[in-house]
Design a protein around this ligand. Structure first.
Ligand SMILES: *Cc1c(COP(=O)(O)O)cnc(C)c1O
Length: 424
């Protein structure tokens, strides 16, 4: 469910016409809907309370790290899952209390660990023995105690795109689950380290609950073994990754309520508080990327719609073969003649293609089109490739909208470079 729909023939975000935003900020731009963000968060969080589970939802900031987005969720009670010092700073700046922040990631630097320890966050998820030792040294040096989870790798196939599967042995993430006993024993003996939790995250855009069931069952078994060893685990971090519908013609991914049921069935008997780290599920369908048609180029064999957004603004199609629905902002007439088109950006790479062979009505210079499901892994992955400006982000709430990141200017972009002194 989202709050983007046609009203009087114009696509709206809640009560605001997309065309009105385009007039105010130019194109391309990202637009997010507060009502949709809030709805997704509530549906997810409520699913766990309905199963009688004590759950903290730590929003995975990397999916969309705009401060206004984080604050919108923090005001509903969300914590944050961060994967860098930068994201930790964003979460704190947006008002997420440190005691609701978890720091994940396979390669945290010493200075990032220092920053996290000084901020007094809930837990640091450790992914290797060398990292555990590094954290112990750092905590001792600062006179602090690090509350840690060990992220285990359950060797489960998440059945998702290979670039976002993280739970198989051959992936770089986590510690092989068979070694959990050894590493917790080591953690318990390291100064400055307090093992409190165990974490798992098997991948992103999962469209089946089976991999979760398998991973959580292994996790529960491991916790029981650890308890027999006398290692107390106070909490479980079950990661994120639940998928969203991108393609209207696809089958729907599992509902949060069914996911919560799997959680209760597989780990409920441990009676431990849990943490969840959804990213995409909260923000993915809460955002659009809006772009203007520059022109249509019709060749002998193909129809190209060339738009002013490009792979540098939204890289999912070229990086992950991601699918985004394409909606003309002006609702096409019922009887509009559709034909197959490739929708492409201006960047000098053939990979700069948003969609191939998509059935679209005639589109003209100046027409606006919106890419759906662009709220997650969209703006955060943007670059300035081809010296294109970072595009603005707009947040809608009811009949109001706010520019929550202005369009970069050419002056700002060029000022990032410095001329070598010998060239001056
Ligand atoms: C990326 C990530 C998430 C969020 O994944 P989504 O698919 O966006 O829900 C959660 N936890 C960790 C550790 C991650 O790296």
């Amino acid at each position: 469910m989202n709050h983007f729909e046609y009203r009087d023939g114009i696509l709206h975000a809640e009560d605001v016409a997309i065309s009105a935003i385009a007039e105010a900020v130019g194109t391309p731009f990202y637009v997010y809907s507060t009502a949709t963000l809030e709805r997704h968060y509530r549906v997810f969080a409520d699913a766990f309370s309905q199963e009688g589970l004590d759950a903290l939802v730590c929003y995975a900031v990397k999916a969309n790290s705009n401060l206004s987005v984080i604050r919108t969720l923090a005001q509903l009670g969300a914590g944050a899952d961060v994967v860098s010092e930068g994201e930790l700073r964003r979460a704190l700046a947006a008002g997420v209390p440190p005691e609701k922040i978890v720091f994940s990631g396979v390669g945290k630097t010493v200075s990032e660990l220092e920053f996290a320890l000084n901020a007094g966050i809930l837990e640091i998820n450790v992914e290797s023995l060398p990292e555990l030792e590094m954290l112990s040294d750092t905590a001792q040096r600062l006179g602090r105690e690090a509350h840690v989870a060990i992220r285990v790798n359950p060797d489960v196939d998440a059945k998702t795109h290979e670039k976002i599967a993280t739970g198989k042995k051959e992936n770089k993430f986590g510690i092989d689950i068979e070694y959990a006993g050894q590493i917790y024993a080591r953690a318990a003996n390291l100064p400055g380290i307090k093992p409190v939790s165990i974490a798992v995250h098997i991948g992103s855009q999962l469209t089946s609950l089976d991999p979760y069931r398998a991973a959580f069952a292994k996790l529960a078994e491991t916790v029981e073994t650890l308890q027999k060893q006398g290692i107390g685990i106070e909490r479980l971090d079950l990661g994120g990754g639940l998928g969203i519908p991108y393609d209207a013609s696809d089958s729907e991914p599992p509902l949060p309520s069914d996911y919560a049921k799997v959680v209760r069935e597989s780990v409920g008997h441990l009676n431990l508080p849990i943490m969840l780290e959804p990213g995409r599920l909260i923000v993915g369908n809460s955002g659009l990327l809006v772009t203007e048609v520059i022109l249509e180029k019709v060749g002998e064999t193909r129809r190209f719609v060339i738009v002013d957004a490009a792979m540098n603004d939204l890289i999912r199609p070229s990086l992950y073969d991601g699918h985004h629905e394409i909606m003309p902002v002006r609702e096409p007439a019922e009887n509009a003649q559709k034909s197959a088109a490739d929708v492409v950006g201006p960047v000098c790479e053939s990979g700069d293609t948003f969609a191939k062979n998509r059935q679209l009505p005639p589109l003209d210079h100046g027409d606006l089109v919106a890419f759906g499901s662009a709220g997650a892994y969209g703006a955060v992955m943007a670059s300035t490739y081809n010296t294109r400006l970072l595009v603005p982000e707009v947040l809608v709430k009811g009949d109001q909208f706010a520019v929550i990141r202005p369009r970069q200017t050419y002056e700002e972009l060029l000022a990032l470079d410095h001329m070598a002194e010998w060239l001056d």
